[in-house]
Design a protein around this ligand. Sequence first.
Ligand code: SF4
Length: 428
Amino acid sequence: MLGSKNLKAIGVIGTQSVSLTDPDALKSASAKAMDEIKAEPFTSGLLSPYGTPGFYNSISSTGTLPTKNWQRTSYPESHDVLGHEAYHNTLEVKSYSCAQCPISCGRKSTIKDGPYAGESGGGPEYETLGAFGSKCLINDVSAVAKIGYDCNELGLDTISAGQIVATAMEWFDQGILDREKTDGIELSWGNVEATLEILRKMAYREGIGDLLAEGSKRAAAKMGGNAVDYTFEVKGLEMASCGVRASKGEAVVHAVSPRGADHLRPYASVIDAFGYLEEELGITEKQDPLLDGNKGWVKPVQELSMATNLIGACLFASICLAVKGSTWAGVYSAATGQSCSLEGLLLSAERVINMERMINFRFGFDRKDDTLPKRLLKEPAPDGPGEGEVVDLDTALDSYYEAMGWDTATGIPKPEKLQELGLSWMQA
Ligand code: SF4
């Protein structure tokens, strides 16, 4: 909408300080959050010293790293090239942080060697390593950095852009695209120069780039035939680098996310693929990442993720369950003066999740739209901890809908659930 009005940005500046109800209580709640961040091994041991690239090898090892356009689920041969240590050894890296954040996940890099030596920019983040490294088989961190810088300059999101390039590489591999259709570009796996040129063409809407700039869903529809079989999007939004065949919790949150394959959906793989427990959310036993049913545990994880969004906190502080939901409730209470418990915070989040669901329903979305790309449902994973697995999404969704109080036939909140949440007015 902003783009249609030719509006580039809205700048807001305040002249007064933010008033706090109880500064001392906020200070002590914030100190608790800081302590929790320092005590959580993944957050303090990988995310903080290595930024989001710290995720790369671990995600690959759990079989949740989409590789070669989701044909594979892990990419061990890239760990020494694209992993966090190689990243920090190969590139000149500086970290940066949002105000007061102890994690400091931001990275700026400069390429030291090779054809792009001297170029610098933001990132590359984990998602850029996944989108162009593992998905496109570009096993060269300097090349991925250069691609990330170009995406930044061209105004392209690396998640969506990388996914459509990976899809186009598979189309090329399958003969759905050929050099005639790609304006002479050899769009083979791992081809860095071809990737850079395709991205430039996408940004300037030239030739093949004009088609790919439409995004996976519309580009595949225009291509016709079986082109759609190689696209990876949910509700029109390209999937990030979070695999689902070795994390059935991830399968659910991808399928039901109201905005599609949302990068800010909850990271359910932390619970099942990584094996985290969270007592205050009722998750006291390890969850089987390969089990299709029994997905009731996704509900409180989804609510915690939504709660961090609602209070304006960074998802990374709770992505590995470092800062507890009860701590966020304490921070909120101290700042606003409105007493809020963990249960109250999760209830507010549940209300928003159900409101989003009802808004989508009004636009025609229901269970039929809670789906995943064909490969993930039909093609067994050939490698990794999820080897042989596909997603039995019907079973997974049934158990999730039941936990949510949603109708299993339609995926819509039941009247009694809406009433419980004070949302009966949204009933169709
Ligand atoms: S607030 Fe979040 S995004 Fe910003 S530096 Fe900290 S962890 Fe990174």
